[in-house]
Write a new protein. Sequence first.
Length: 242
Amino acid sequence: MFVELSVFAGATLDATLEEAAANDALDVIERLLEVRTATGAALRAAARGGAARVARRLLEAGAIADERDEWGRHALALAIAEGHDEVVTIFVERGLALDGSAIAAAILGGHEGLVLRLIDAGAPWTPHARQFALDRGMAKAATRETSAVARRPARQIVELPSRERLRVLALLAHLAWVDDELEPRESALVRGLAARAALLPDERAQVEEWLEAPPTTDVLGSAKVLAPEARDLFVELAHRLV
């Protein structure tokens, strides 16, 4: 009824999805996901409101973890700013959006313990961030060395940073075309991965082009340098093609 009333009242499906996420209405989220893809805006609404179970479900459905709002804030930074530890844990355990924005939000909020946790999870600990922490009286964080532990490899393509997803798909498409013929099995695998990667419309169209003809040399040139968290996943996926 919530969905029907919201749409009837003039709300778009995206707006209804955001409202449901902000209000921790998981049952409504499930219904909306049957007709609408998960959005970064809905994920940010869930994170800001502390709706941990909704945030988890949206990530599972392909919401882009590091998508930002007009002020440059992603879902993890919002969860940190609002002090929603359960939501923060979801991102940290998955190794998602562990970047300078997350570190800055934790420092700005005075959460030294969380700053240390983010560093140990693989978030970048730059000289600028270290000085920012020192200026905020976080002596322990300021003297913490960067974690030697590499970021946990992604287990699903949607867990990768958005810029890495298309790179992985480009390399997989190139590998599938290596014998100058794309088999139905190979095409189905690449297309299925693209469907789960939460790509933008133009990116999905790009993948479809690669299934009609191999990626061009300039595309492959930029794709060959994969981030560490993407390499193991690419190798695993490549084994399914050969």
